[in-house]
Design a protein around this ligand. Structure first.
Ligand code: ASP
Length: 330
């Protein structure tokens, strides 16, 4: 009888905990890149609307997954896939070109519950690099794969493959040509570009789990073989259920050197800072190094914070109260 009562009590506790565990209000935050060139005067009304619409659709896709009880990883993956397929951002279709006029894509994803992560770098035949990152995380013993090896692996897992020109838009070709002329004039002086268009997403699901993901074409005119922060776990992407989920955009070299995404998490866990303090502290660190860009972050309680030190950052969220906000400029 006593054992029976204990069993009933334990089952009740389990059921209540499960119910509570599923009771978190989902939250999703996205970015579509930051930059000093992201100023109102640089966009036509049509361009502005297209970007806003794409960000809205991306949020709705991700939030739809979360509301239906899907995992934060699924939400991050689906949101980023949509942004990769959209020509308005520097990820997937619409990616910038390297100095050779070719596309080299990077992406990463991380799960806060298990600290599992996956990343790809320097690929140009995988239609959605974020899917490859997730595949590496879940179906390989590795965290990061690059170039042809990553492509062979993605193909073997049944991911959709495309020809590199699939990613190249006329608009990007034109700006690449212009940037080449500017490069010629400056010779080898490396300058921070005026617009980064990397995409990123952080999400909290009903089960209290966090995930983060980032996808990019990198930086215009980057050297062939250059890898930025976006596929580096701890630099461009990080997620830990005990602290937060973070995605970065900006001049990748500075975000790598400052371990930006992990720094936010570490400041929370090791210094006891709040999410906003940790993001501000990290942005301050990047600023001191001379870096430009922005961060989006979300903690396990559903607090979100976005910060950037450029003129603008494509960004948006749907919070725990289901409030949606999308912004471009300061
Ligand atoms: N962070 C990316 C990189 O350095 C660029 C971006 O955010 O647009 O590759």
């Amino acid at each position: 009888m006593k054992e029976y009562l204990i069993l009933v009590c334990l089952s009740f506790m389990y059921l209540t905990n499960t119910a509570l565990a599923q009771n978190n209000s989902p939250v999703i935050v996205i970015h579509g890149g930051a930059g000093d060139g992201i100023k109102k005067e640089n966009f036509t009304a049509d361009e502005e609307k297209s970007c806003m619409d794409a960000l809205k659709k991306a949020l709705e896709i991700g939030y739809g997954v979360l509301e239906a009880g899907g995992s934060c990883l699924d939400a991050v993956e689906k949101t980023i896939m949509f942004l990769e397929d959209s020509p308005f951002f520097n990820a997937g279709v619409g990616s910038v070109l390297n100095a050779e006029g070719k596309v080299e894509l990077d992406a990463s994803i991380m799960e806060g519950k298990t600290l599992k992560a996956g990343a790809v770098a320097g690929v140009n035949k995988i239609k959605n690099p974020i899917l490859a990152a997730r595949c590496i995380m879940e179906q390989s013993p590795h965290v990061m794969m690059i170039g042809e090896g990553a492509e062979v692996f993605a193909k073997s897992k049944g991911l959709t493959m495309v020809k590199p020109h699939h990613f190249i838009t006329e608009k990007v070709k034109e700006s690449w040509k212009k940037s080449q002329e500017v490069e010629q004039q400056k010779k080898s002086k490396i300058e921070t570009p005026s617009k980064f268009g990397t995409v990123g997403c952080v999400a909290l699901d009903k089960y209290g789990n966090l995930a983060a993901g980032t996808s990019t074409g990198g930086m215009m005119n980057k050297k062939f073989g250059r890898v930025g922060d976006s596929p580096i776990i701890g630099a461009g992407t990080y997620a830990d259920n005990n602290s937060c989920a973070v995605s970065a955009t900006g001049h990748g070299e500075y975000f790598i050197r400052s371990n930006a995404a992990f720094r936010v998490s570490a400041l929370m866990q090791m210094k006891g800072l709040s999410l906003s303090e940790a993001v501000q502290g990290t942005m301050q660190f990047i600023r001191q190094l001379g870096g430009k860009g922005g961060l989006i972050a979300l903690d396990k309680k559903g607090n979100l914070y976005m910060d950037f030190n450029t003129e603008g950052m494509f960004r948006g969220y749907i919070d725990a109260q289901k409030k949606m906000e999308i912004k471009i400029y300061k």
